[in-house]
Design a protein around this ligand. Structure first.
Ligand SMILES: Nc1ncnc2c1ncn2[C@@H]1O[C@H](COP(=O)(O)OP(=O)(O)O)[C@@H](O)[C@H]1O
Ligand SMILES: [Mg+2]
Length: 325
């Protein structure tokens, strides 16, 4: 019997197009002898076709497991995961809590801090109180300004003086009511793939070499000029440190299934900082998450097999939990 996999993709997010590309490469790599694919496309307006997944347990006997391939809002942030919990369906990737914490850049930093994991110094401001005084007092320029809950570099600016800072906060405030201002790190960008439930494993790291002043939206998706290097050119010691930090961050947010953990390596000091964790990383044919695994000995289609197995394994274990008295 083939396993019936519902691939949910598209979505009401700035990363809709990327999601469509990710889903396409996942569906192409799924072994047709093992899997039957059921497509669930969500339009940029949030309309499902051919029909939505219903939140009632037992409503979908035709689905064995769901693979949410949604990046960003309304998909990577715990909302769709919540729907799948209500439906009682096994699904690939992080649960509701880890998805939501990882999507919120401030909450993720708070969780890392509690575990004493290295993060970049930052100040939080809000749309209601866009005061830059504390940031100017505490952080040196240049700074980075980011909406707390977004991806793909949308709404992110690098600023060099208080005027630019003020304008950048106003821009970020269009995308979220919570805004992060952080110290800019001059150095290198590194990423690491993590896979697993109770015993997560980290891949070999890669390096991103942006073609612009930073890895912005154009550079990520439009220009195709950013370079990547797998594995990253790091000492064995730095590689080990990075991989164990990736796993520590994954555990700190209580992630399951998969995540890509992104780092900044400061040139002057050699210090490594965790920048962010992505619970549904890009999965296109050129994306780093599968590429890092390929270099670490897990080919794309075997990676999908493992992710689905992890989803079923978690669902099985959750059956031991009582939800009523
Ligand atoms: N503190 C920082 N110092 C230096 N560069 C940064 C910093 N924060 C972000 N960047 C740059 O901005 C890009 C996007 O920021 P990131 O936090 O990864 O947001 P997103 O979720 O949109 O990917 C990073 O890939 C990096 O190039
Ligand atoms: Mg990023």
């Amino acid at each position: 019997m083939k396993l019936r996999v519902a691939v949910v993709y598209g979505g009401r997010s700035g990363e809709h197009e990327v999601s469509v590309r990710s889903a396409r490469s996942i569906m192409e790599a799924m072994d047709p002898a093992r899997y039957e694919i059921l497509e669930y496309f969500i339009s940029p307006e949030g309309k499902w076709s051919p029909r939505p997944i219903l939140p009632e347990p037992g409503a979908h006997p035709e689905i064995d497991v769901v693979f949410p391939v949604l990046h960003g809002t309304f998909g990577e942030d715990g909302t769709v995961q919540g729907l799948l919990e209500l439906a009682g369906l096994p699904y690939v990737g992080a649960g509701v809590l880890a998805s939501a914490v990882s999507m919120d850049k401030e909450m993720m930093k708070r969780v890392c801090k509690e575990r004493m994991l290295p993060i970049v110094d930052y100040v939080t401001v809000t749309r209601e109180k866009p005061d830059i005084t504390e940031a100017c007092e505490r952080l040196p320029f240049p700074m980075f300004v980011k909406p707390a809950n977004l991806g793909s570099s949308v709404g992110i600016s690098k600023v060099h003086d208080p005027q630019e800072l003020e304008a950048a906060v106003a821009l970020a405030a269009q995308y979220d009511r919570k805004i992060i201002v952080e110290r800019g790190i001059a150095g290198r960008e590194l990423e690491c793939s993590v896979l697993g439930n109770e015993t997560p494993a980290a891949s070999l790291p890669c390096e991103i070499l942006p073609s612009r002043e930073f890895y912005d939206y154009e550079d990520k998706y439009l220009l195709d000029r950013a370079q990547t290097k797998v594995p990253a050119d790091l000492s064995p010691l730095a590689t080990d440190q990075l991989r164990s930090l990736a796993v520590a961050c994954y555990r700190a947010v209580e992630c399951e299934g998969m995540a890509r953990v992104d780092f900044l390596l400061e040139a002057d000091t050699g210090r490594l900082f965790i920048n962010e964790i992505n619970t549904i990383p890009g999965f296109t044919s050129i994306s780093m998450y599968p590429k890092m695994w390929e270099h670490s000995g897990i080919p794309f289609s075997a990676l999908i097999d493992q992710l689905i197995a992890l989803a079923l394994d978690r669902h099985q274990r959750r059956k031991a939990t009582r939800f009523t008295r």
